[in-house]
Design a protein around this ligand. Structure first.
Ligand SMILES: Nc1ncnc2c1ncn2[C@@H]1O[C@H](COP(=O)(O)OP(=O)(O)OP(=O)(O)O)[C@@H](O)[C@H]1O
Ligand SMILES: [Mg+2]
Length: 308
C-alpha cells in the first residue's frame, strides 16, 4: 500500500503528504479533514507562495497535528506550518511571539487568518529524542527549559488549566468511543492528580506546553532549539513532567523526574505528577491513532500504575 497521500496543489504541482499524518487528521477532525486537505490546504499554500515568494520542496514527516513543509524563500531554507485548527495555531503563535530567536528558531512570517507560520528551518534538525545518552539529553533539555521559563510570566498567555482541560476532553472523547486503552477510571484518577497539582501550584512561568524530545531540534548555528509550542502559563514542573514521561516513553519516568528536579530546583513529586497526567492523556491519543505499539502501552500503563 502507498504510504503517501497525493495532493494536487495547482494545475502543474503535486505534493506527497505522509499517510500517517492524513490518517491522524481524519481520526482527530472527522469528516472535515478530507475537504480541508483537498480544497482549503492547496488554497492556503498557494496564497502563502504568492504572498511570501515561496518555493515548496516537500512535506516533512514526523508531526501529527499540522502540515509541515520544507520551503525556500529567496534561496533560504524555511518551514511552512499549516494548522487545520485555529485554537492550536493560536496557542503555537503565542509561543513564537514569546521565544522566536530566544530558544526557538526565528519566525519569518505568520497569518492568523490562515493559521500559518513561516519559520527559520533548523539544520540539521536532529531531535533530542535521537540522543540515546539520558544524562546528555537531560542536560540539553534542562538548559533550554530554564531559558524558556526565564522570559517571565506574560499575562496574555492562556492558563495551564485550559490546556489540561482540552487534553482531558480529547482523551475522554476517545474513551467514550471505546477505542482507548486508557480506561475512564484511569482518566478520572489522572484528572484528580491534575486538579490537585493545579490547586497547589506555585508561581506561574511561561510554559512551552508540549516539551517532547521530538520538539527540540539541534541547530548547527544556535544549539538546541524548541519548536511546536503550546504556550501557556502555569507550574514550571509541567514542562519537566512532559519530558519525564516522553523521554523513554514512560520507561524512565521516575528517574527523569529526579534528574529534572535537581537541575531545575522543582519538586520531583510535582514533576512525576504531571508526567502521569501527560502520560495518561497522551497515551489515549497515541493508542487511538495507532502510534503506540503494545510494548509502549504496557510500559506507560505500568509507569502510571506505579505513581497512583
Ligand atoms: N523549524 C523547523 N526546522 C526544521 N524542522 C522542523 C521545523 N519545524 C518542524 N520541523 C520538523 O517537522 C516535524 C513536525 O513539526 P511539528 O512538531 O511542528 O508538527 P506537529 O504536527 O505540530 O507535531 P506534533 O505531532 O508534535 O503535534 C518536526 O518533528 C521536525 O522534524
Ligand atoms: Mg511536534
Amino acid at each position: 500500500m502507498k504510504d503517501t497521500y497525493e495532493l494536487k496543489l495547482n494545475a502543474s504541482a503535486q505534493l506527497s503528504l505522509p499517510l500517517g499524518l492524513v490518517q491522524t487528521l481524519r481520526t482527530r477532525l472527522g469528516k472535515p479533514a478530507d475537504s480541508w486537505l483537498r480544497y482549503r490546504l492547496p488554497q492556503i499554500i498557494g496564497l502563502c507562495q504568492s504572498r511570501w515568494g515561496l518555493e515548496v520542496e516537500e512535506a516533512i514527516p514526523g508531526g501529527a497535528t499540522a502540515v509541515v513543509l520544507a520551503v525556500r524563500k529567496a534561496g533560504m531554507s524555511a518551514v511552512l506550518k499549516v494548522h487545520p485548527e485555529r485554537e492550536l495555531a493560536e496557542r503555537e503563535l503565542h509561543g513564537w511571539q514569546l521565544w522566536a530567536g530566544k530558544g526557538m528558531p526565528s519566525l519569518l512570517e505568520h497569518d492568523v487568518e490562515l493559521n500559518v507560520s513561516l519559520q527559520e528551518r533548523v539544520i540539521p534538525a536532529r531531535s533530542l529524542a535521537e540522543v540515546g545518552d539520558r544524562d546528555i539529553a537531560a542536560l540539553a533539555a534542562t538548559g533550554l527549559l530554564a531559558r524558556l521559563h526565564s522570559v517571565g510570566r506574560p499575562l496574555n498567555l492562556p492558563t495551564l488549566s485550559t490546556l489540561i482541560a482540552r487534553r482531558f476532553t480529547g482523551a475522554q472523547a476517545l474513551v467514550k468511543e471505546g477505542q482507548a486503552v486508557v480506561t475512564s477510571d484511569l482518566l478520572s484518577r489522572a484528572r484528580e492528580v491534575a486538579d490537585r497539582l493545579l490547586l497547589e501550584s506555585g508561581p506561574d512561568v511561561a510554559l512551552h506546553g508540549d516539551f517532547f524530545p521530538d520538539n527540540i531540534l539541534f541547530s548547527q548555528q544556535r544549539g538546541w532549539l524548541a519548536i511546536d509550542p503550546q504556550a501557556c502559563r502555569g507550574d514550571a514542573a509541567f514542562d519537566a513532567g512532559t519530558w519525564s514521561y516522553a523521554y523513554g516513553r514512560g520507561g524512565q519516568l521516575r528517574s527523569n523526574a529526579e534528574l529534572f528536579a535537581q537541575h531545575l530546583g522543582v519538586s520531583s513529586e510535582r514533576i512525576s505528577g504531571w508526567a502521569l497526567v501527560v502520560a495518561v492523556t497522551n497515551l489515549a491519543g497515541r493508542a487511538a491513532y495507532g502510534h503506540a505499539d503494545q510494548a509502549e502501552v504496557a510500559t506507560t500503563l505500568a509507569a502510571c500504575q506505579e505513581l497512583l
